[in-house]
Design a protein around this ligand. Structure first.
Ligand code: CDP
Length: 230
């Protein structure tokens, strides 16, 4: 059976990466977390001092983009790939609320998007890839055989993300996490370059009231149907 491309888009904390990892493992496909790439560039911009509380030096970041080398390395123990920025493992550092508070501004910069989208297209050139993000079904892989668009209520999403951050030991409040999710939804949906929209041929999945197991079963059925017909 030929390999396909699976594009999973949706708002923040809708469980895209959970289902993407499950599918990649089950199918023996490569999983690419495109959000982690935007997070890595954001972390770079913060480290380089291009972003502080009230200011984002966009042209400073653009002038240094050629120094940003990101790569994903598979970790056998974890069962998924970790993000490396210029040789350093930044997997933990890119998931903080501070990075989340800046990432949508960085992701709205067309030069950043052009560089990352090129990388993403290369990673999926051979198919057999599950990639999640905001523009995967619309811009990165418009010809993907299966496109999913994940939704869930903002409160459900904020609780999920709050619990994740707390489990890591991060000092955050539910209110700050909810606000970040709402801010990112707004910026991601309203930016000029590749805004978050549902592709016309994407299948919408509302997982507000689904367990991970139910969600996996429903989506695996869709994958199997797509594999049969492609
Ligand atoms: O996991 P979470 O839902 O928090 O978001 P993420 O997938 O890690 O993405 C972080 C941010 O990167 C998003 O809020 C977007 O601003 C940006 N992003 C994007 O613009 N395009 C993508 N394909 C993926 C992420």
């Amino acid at each position: 059976m030929d390999k396909i491309t699976i594009a999973i888009d949706g708002f923040s904390s809708t469980g895209k990466s959970t289902i993407a990892k499950q599918l990649a493992k089950h199918l023996g496909y490569v999983y690419v977390d495109s959000g982690a790439m935007y997070r890595a560039v954001t972390y770079f911009a913060m480290e380089q001092g291009f972003i502080d509380k009230n200011h984002f030096d966009v042209s400073g970041l653009i002038s240094k983009l050629n120094e940003v080398k990101i790569s994903l390395k598979y970790n056998d123990e974890l069962g998924y790939s970790e993000m490396f920025l210029n040789g350093d493992n930044v997997e933990k550092k890119i998931r903080t609320l501070e990075v989340s508070e800046n990432v949508s501004l960085v992701a709205a910069v067309p030069e950043v998007r052009a560089q990352l989208v090129k990388h993403q297209k290369n990673m999926g050139a051979e198919k057999g890839v599950v990639m999640d993000g905001r523009d995967i079904g619309t811009v990165v892989f418009p010809n993907a055989e299966l496109k999913l668009f994940m939704i869930a209520s903002p409160e459900t999403r904020a609780i999920r993300r709050y619990n994740e951050l707390k489990q890591r030991g991060d000092d955050v409040t539910y209110e700050a996490v909810l606000k970040n999710i709402q801010d990112r939804d707004f910026i991601d949906s309203n930016r000029k370059d590749s805004p978050l929209v549902k592709a016309s041929d994407a299948i919408e999945i509302d997982n507000s009231h689904m367990s991970k197991e139910q969600q996996f079963e429903i989506i695996l059925n869709l994958v199997n149907k797509t594999l049969k017909s492609s």
